[in-house]
Design a protein around this ligand. Structure first.
Ligand SMILES: [Fe+2]
Ligand SMILES: [Fe+2]
Length: 410
């Protein structure tokens, strides 16, 4: 090895250790997958990639990025919310990697040796109008030697942007990186499980707040934020950090309902004035639950629980009402405009959209056209106009999220 190669390799390893440190700070699994894929692609200068996580004998398609497609379409993230399960066997490249634990590196996937057991599935290329050429697929293996998934990166590019094969040094570094990533994934999966357990507890109390409702509200919120923040020129690191906190906080928006009495939560008819006032306190109970000023995550979960029923025009609640909600006497005016924290403004729209468009026991769903008209009409009244614009820019992604987490599952 020449001195230059050795020094480059050292620099790369130091780089990977720094990224590992960043990864270990991320709590939300989806945001973590986004970070892992982004860094693996940056490292190898590759155009696209995806991550599959293992569930039993299948690989579930869990994350995708594609710079070429993203440049063409503001709703390119819709490709993330696609249900696709791949059986683990030798026939597909990812299945083969998951089965054998071997790394597969191919210079041109349209020219795979016919004697190999696997072949390249061209259906995504055909649907999306994309041409995959070089490919590197590595297993995600934990310290206990369990394969938890597969990461695939595509179309490595030279300095002048020409697609080239992955190099030996790319392979070595990506394998090392994938090992660190696997540990972070395991940890984030545990965190997600804990959050979902809290939500299931709340669901026992209020069956309207289903697992998939909160997953949808969280995914809509994260995607709206992503687009809103990009439009404002926020840098990628900042966006990612915020998405991590928002994702979990948005899932927990209504967890304060555990403190509301059953007669109100399960009442099949319209609430009386007094009952409605008591119900409003779920915002304060939720905030009280996460009242921990040492952690950013808790503080933002408290903020979202507290402000997700505020209205842009000031007609929402709970405004500046103090306390943990135990006193049920009236509410004054709500916060207005930018006094409402951005996460609250985003979750407010995501939550209302989902409530209107879903069928629930006590009401029929509205038609899509009617819901979208309502949201457009409420920009500047109930909703932040800028947030509303971001919502419409990525509406295709919102739609994929709806199909990805359907009612009656989760
Ligand atoms: Fe709520
Ligand atoms: Fe909700």
């Amino acid at each position: 090895m020449t001195a230059e190669i050795v020094s480059n390799s050292r620099k790369n390893l130091a780089d990977i250790l720094k990224i590992t440190e960043d990864m270990n700070r991320i709590k939300d699994i989806d945001v973590l997958l986004e970070k892992i894929l982004y860094e693996a692609r940056r490292f190898t200068n590759s155009d696209a990639g995806s991550i599959y996580l293992r569930e039993g004998n299948f690989l579930l398609f869990s994350y995708v990025q594609n710079d070429t497609l993203a440049a063409r379409d503001p709703s390119a993230n819709k490709h993330i919310y696609v249900k696709q399960a791949l059986e683990i066997n030798e026939k597909s490249i990812s299945g083969y990697v998951a089965l054998t634990g071997k790394t597969v590196c191919i210079p041109d996937v349209y020219k795979i040796d016919e004697n190999l057991p696997y072949s390249f599935n061209r259906s995504f290329d055909q649907k999306a109008g994309y041409r995959t050429k070089s490919l590197l697929t590595v297993p995600l293996i934990t310290s206990q030697q369990i394969t938890i998934g597969v990461m695939q990166i595509l179309n490595s590019r030279s300095k002048i942007g020409v697609t080239k094969a992955f190099s030996g040094s790319d392979i070595m570094h990506i394998i090392f990186f994938a090992n660190n990533a696997s540990l972070a994934i395991e940890r984030a999966k545990m965190m997600r499980e804990l959050v979902m357990r809290m939500i299931r507890m709340a669901e026992y109390r209020d069956p309207k707040e289903t697992g998939n409702h909160v997953r949808r509200v969280s995914a809509y919120s994260v995607e709206i934020f992503d687009n809103w923040a990009q439009h404002r020129g926020m840098n990628r690191e900042e966006i990612l950090k915020n998405k991590d906190m928002l994702s979990i906080a948005a899932m927990l928006h209504d967890v304060g309902k555990v403190a509301i009495s059953d007669t109100i939560l399960k009442k099949p008819a319209r609430l009386t004035e007094e009952e409605y006032t008591a119900m409003k306190a779920h915002t304060l109970h939720g905030a009280h639950l996460f009242n921990n000023p040492v952690s950013d995550w808790d503080m933002l979960a408290a903020e979202v629980a507290r402000t997700h029923h505020e209205r842009w025009d000031g007609g929402g609640y709970p405004g500046n009402k103090p306390g943990d909600g135990s006193e049920d006497s009236g509410y004054g005016t709500g916060l207005a405009g930018e006094d409402i924290p951005i996460f609250g403004r985003i979750v407010a729209l995501a939550d209302v959209f989902d409530a209107l468009i879903s069928k629930r026991a006590y009401k029929e769903e509205w038609g899509e056209k009617q819901v979208l008209e309502y949201i457009r009409e409420q920009a500047g009244k109930q909703f932040d106009p800028e947030v509303t614009e971001a919502f419409f820019r990525i509406y295709e992604t919102i739609n994929s999220i709806r199909q990805f987490y359907p009612d009656g599952e989760g």
